[in-house]
Write a protein that binds this ligand. Structure first.
Ligand SMILES: C[S@@+](CC[C@H](N)C(=O)[O-])C[C@H]1O[C@@H](n2cnc3c(N)ncnc32)[C@H](O)[C@@H]1O
Length: 243
């Protein structure tokens, strides 16, 4: 599949970075970021690196927290990438949350499967997009359905690996690549690590981590580090791989 050129990036509100101190009761700052770090820290301390996603979505659904990446519009980085029409090709959206990017790919004509480990995120996706052609599934990137192996013409990994701690990132990166069919495309959109690391999540990806998506038959097509205007995370990766 051929991918098109793309214009200069714009800020994406959903990619906004948590600001220290932002939390319920802090009138000056939005509550989402502090919630995220509080939920993640408790989960990691308990040895459960992904359990906090479900707890955060469930608390947010009940009005007790905010999911900072839960924006109505698809990622601006995805929209500006300039994907070609899907023409029925099979796309997989990793860590789809409530479905903003999955719905965008469906409008482009892809036959979309989208999954998330958080049941509440998938329930929200189905609720918010009644009649959607997207096949929303609860699944774990680290233990995916075997039928998804090398089954998709387009795989989108946007902002997920950066939310996972060091101990499981290599496995997650390898698992993402295994979804790409022969001749297929993997698009990775992520915050890029700089020499001034901040508190996570998110933990921006290093160049070595981006390069690690290649291998096992996947090879890089383009790897770009681009400015992320409007975000404390100043740089982003936009990387394309093919098999
Ligand atoms: C930072 S959010 C990004 C969501 C979405 N990609 C976006 O950009 O709006 C990370 C998402 O990955 C999901 N996730 C985390 N670990 C996962 C796993 N092991 N398998 C599937 N989804 C996972 C979370 O529930 C969450 O929805």
């Amino acid at each position: 599949m051929t991918v098109c050129g793309h214009a200069a990036p714009l800020p994406d509100p959903a990619d906004a970075v948590p600001r220290p101190g932002g939390g319920p009761g802090d009138a000056a700052l939005p509550p989402g970021p502090a919630d995220t770090r509080r939920f993640a820290a408790a989960s990691l301390a308990a040895g459960d690196p992904t359990g906090w996603f479900e707890r955060l979505y469930a608390q947010a659904r009940d009005g007790h927290a905010v999911v900072p990446w839960d924006a109505p519009a698809a990622s601006v980085h995805l929209r500006e990438f300039g994907l070609p029409p899907g023409e029925g090709r099979r796309a997989l959206v990793v860590g789809c949350g409530p479905g903003r990017d999955a719905e965008h790919l469906a409008t482009l004509g892809y036959t979309v499967t989208a999954f998330d480990i958080a049941e509440t995120a998938i329930a929200l996706a189905r609720e918010r997009h009644p009649g959607s052609p997207v096949d929303y599934r609860v699944a774990d990137l680290l233990d995916p359905p075997p039928a998804w192996r090398r089954a998709f013409d387009l795989v989108l990994e946007s902002n997920n690996v950066q939310a996972l701690p060091a101990g499981i990132r290599a496995r997650a990166i390898g698992a993402v690549g295994e979804f790409v069919a022969a001749g297929g495309t993997l698009l990775v959109l992520a915050a890029a690590a700089t020499d001034t690391p901040g508190e996570g999540p998110p933990w921006p990806l290093t160049r070595a981590e981006i390069d690690a998506f290649a291998g096992r038959g996947l090879r890089p097509v383009t790897v770009e580090r681009i400015p992320a205007a409007g975000s404390r995370l100043r740089l982003r990766w936009r990387a394309v791989f093919t098999r």
